[in-house]
Design a protein around this ligand. Structure first.
Ligand SMILES: NC(=O)c1ccc[n+]([C@@H]2O[C@H](COP(=O)([O-])OP(=O)(O)OC[C@H]3O[C@@H](n4cnc5c(N)ncnc54)[C@H](OP(=O)(O)O)[C@@H]3O)[C@@H](O)[C@H]2O)c1
Length: 246
């Protein structure tokens, strides 16, 4: 039986990588899915078609996560076309690595806008109509708590901010029977962090399991958190990083 039948999932940054893997898994579980993207219209349309091919109703919307108005408009459009949103996955994110003293204010504002402010904006917009039983899942990073390599201060800051946001939101939304959790992936093979990239070997050295994660690994955990069986799980951080030690 499809566990997410008649649910509507909204996945930010669903055109590629982890977000695309999550969107596909939720569609295969029976959900209708809206994905957002910033640049890659063609990849987003192909992904939406893949979702439709798996039986879902699907929508791909361009919405820059760094633009609060665009994020709110995308949520409204998704609700108009596919109905009340039951599952929000705040996945869109960016990363860059620079020595702390080289970082600019523009970089600070960009990464805060995309990785933190957009999560606040999308969550509030979705919560205006989300019903009891709703699920909010943020995608963090194992670097929220551990920083194995130099240069990751801003990225780590944004992901640990999401962990704090998760706990506070879970408290406030408990009375509405809406759960809020965060998933912290370790290295996952995507455009952001390719398993054959120059940084890969150093990351694998830190792992108990000597491979990068796949988007399917992350999507399986998100599917659990999106479903009915996780109803008593909220305010929790889930690390899924192949046993990365640093
Ligand atoms: N890969 C890893 O090793 C890893 C590890 C831990 C955590 N994460 C987290 O997992 C999430 C997804 O990462 P990924 O590896 O899948 O990244 P990715 O391969 O770079 O894909 C990023 C996705 O987010 C979208 N996106 C980026 N900036 C956006 C913006 N301003 N507005 C709207 N959409 C935007 C992209 O859309 P376009 O196609 O239009 O650019 C794309 O769909 C991020 O939050 C990341 O921090 C990744």
């Amino acid at each position: 039986m499809k566990k997410l039948k008649n649910k509507h999932a909204f996945v930010t940054g669903g055109s590629r990588g982890i977000g695309a893997g999550i969107a596909l898994r939720l569609a295969r579980e029976g959900a209708n899915v809206t994905i957002t993207y910033q640049h890659s219209a063609q990849a987003a349309e192909q992904q939406a078609q893949l979702l439709r091919d798996s039986g879902a109703r699907a929508l791909a919307l361009r919405a820059d996560s760094n633009d609060p108005q665009a994020v709110r408009a995308a949520v409204q459009q998704a609700v108009q076309h596919l109905g009340t949103i039951d599952i929000l996955v705040n996945n869109a994110g960016i990363a860059f690595y620079d020595d702390f003293m080289q970082l600019s204010l523009e970089q600070f504002e960009l990464i805060v806008g995309v990785n933190i402010r957009s999560v606040f904006v999308a969550s509030q917009a979705v919560l205006e109509q989300m019903q009891a039983g709703g699920r909010i899942i943020h995608i963090g990073s194992c670097q929220a708590n551990r920083i194995p390599h130099p240069g990751g201060s801003l990225y780590a800051m944004t992901k640990s901010a999401l962990a704090g946001l998760t706990k506070g939101m879970a408290r406030d939304l408990g009375p509405r029977k809406i759960t809020v959790n965060i998933v912290h992936p370790g290295p996952v093979d995507t455009d952001m962090n390719p398993a054959n990239g120059p940084m890969a070997a150093g990351q694998i050295d830190l792992m108990a399991l000597d491979r990068f994660g796949s988007v399917e690994d992350i999507a399986a955990l998100v599917a659990y958190l999106a479903g009915a069986e996780s109803g008593y799980v909220t305010g929790a951080e889930f690390t899924i990083d192949g046993g990365t030690n640093c």
